[in-house]
Design a protein around this ligand. Sequence first.
Ligand code: WT7
Length: 635
Amino acid sequence: MAEQGFTPPTSEWYRPSADMIKGANVPDYDAVYDLARQDPEAFWVKRADELDWYQKWDQVLDDSNKPFYKWFVGGKTNMALNALDRHVTTWRRNKLAIIWEGEDGEKITLSYWRLWQETNKFANVLRSMGVKKGDRVTIYMGRVPEIAIAMLACAKIGAPHSVVYGGFSEQALASRIDDAQSKVLITCDGAWLRGKIVPLKDTVDEAVTRSPVVETVIVVKRTGQEINMQAGRDYWYHDLMALPIAKPQADTEVMDAEDPLFILYTSGTTGKPKGVLHTHGGYQVYTATTLKWVFDIKEEDRWWCAADPGWITGHSYIVYAPLILGATSIIYEGAPTYPYPDRWWQIVADYGVTILYTAPTAIRGLMRFGEAWPARHDLSSLRLLGTVGEPINPEAWRWYHRVIGEERCPIIDTWWQTETGGFMITPLPSVDLKPGSATRPFPGIEVDIVDDDGAPVGTNEDGNLVIKNPWPSMIRTVYGDDDRFISQYWEKYRDQGWYLAGDTARRDEDGYLWVIGRNDDVLKVSGYRLGTAEVESGLVSHSAVAESAVIGVPDELRGNKIFAYCILVEGVDGSDVLEAELKAHIRHEVGPIAVPAQIEFVDNLPKTRSGKIMRRVLKAKALGQPLGDLSTLED
Ligand code: WT7
């Protein structure tokens, strides 16, 4: 069942200007798509040849052990080679790699040369602390330049990073540290958000108590408030970076194309988060190609992906792909509405941002404040706008197009996932658009919409979105759990060998794709991905709750909001006080994004005879819709 209200296909077309098409990196989508389809391996070799390799591959694709595909087998490379090392030997050393603005107005710029040096210094620090190739390092930071430095330094020394989003609670952090078994954790004293300090280090202290595998904590000073520093465990980043060991040159570890670059945890259908594994070789090729073609990156662009580096969007398109392309990437630390709702538009004007990439929930949030805020700023530098994270409703699309893009900028609606590593269904700037449709697959990608047996569904009919062929940045496994990797993504269409995305989609009469929403127990709230099971296990970890079920219901601003149903333990009665207490509990156990909008206390939950909660029934009831087929209902 889809989590999002479906907007029917429209025949409202937006066509790019002749100049846009003529000047685009890829002016003819159909031609390139056909080329890639005829010979995918030759197509990806061309893309891989644009990058530097210590040694080229012997085999482009090894599919002898499906679904454990391998790309560029035998190739030797390192993300840091392409993102940094290769630029500093050219004039690009003087180009800005990162422009950073703090919420408090502080500004930092890093040239490629400077970013390379800082990365080398930190790589030396990590090495001196005993971090070796293959060791996992957890990163739990705010949106500061040092998060990019930390990620790149890990890549450079071959230590896979696991970035945990700074909005997660200590429990979520602890379970991710545990799963990755990281001995080293990099954090900040705090982060600025809406004028207040998010106390990251306090959360780390609690998480490390719960997950004692951590031996060393490195702390970047950002906010300067008093924090606990435990002698022998906690070190200030700036102290370490001032040591003689922190030389500005460091060797880059020669990595196999298939060696892990990072683990990134995401929500699945069970309570335990999945560690999605990406590797050095294919991930570089795919993310760099997609960014260059989809957002048409040119040397002079100022690219702003307004996501958090802690999500895949930030990994692929704030840090890695822009740097591989030698682009200038903008990072803003704080809230879009701080101190006023025009902060983003101010940033666009101040830095001459040419391409802005954000999420529907942010657009809807800013739309609420009206057109006067953007109208105060010169947005004429913008030439392309992008969106990701959930379906964009046509009203938000049109507002973004008209008010922010001044009817000049195509809206690039990119569908993809943590697991896919990069954009999968997306227009290129030369493609005609329809508001709310992510249009067509990227060249080299074959998608289809099929029923439960794998038969293609008809035009404008709902079905399961599948990807029919392997691609270079595909998830390699769930860290430490190959079985889960298979059962989650490959079991359903095992005979056909297709990847199951977990989304419901449609294809309209023009062949345009419309992603409607998740069809598994995954929720999208403000573009964030959450498992129903994560919220449910958070609720039952409270002593008053015996059992719980949560569902997502459509919400104008957030896409979906969470409704929770709880059966209380014997002798406890539901009350407003208890509801507030449970919300605070979830905030603490899972994180602020998981807090239910509403908690209802009930005597029982609709279940199948085998004991599975029928969330579909709860949802139909919450929306006042017909309950559907109840034949499997137990009671
Ligand atoms: C899920 C993946 C990949 C970056 C952020 C999300 C939904 C993502 C779109 C879009 C409709 C979208 C899907 C997908 N989604 N982009 N353009 N249109 N839905 O990554 O957290 O791994 O979530 O986000 O439901 O399966 P993620």
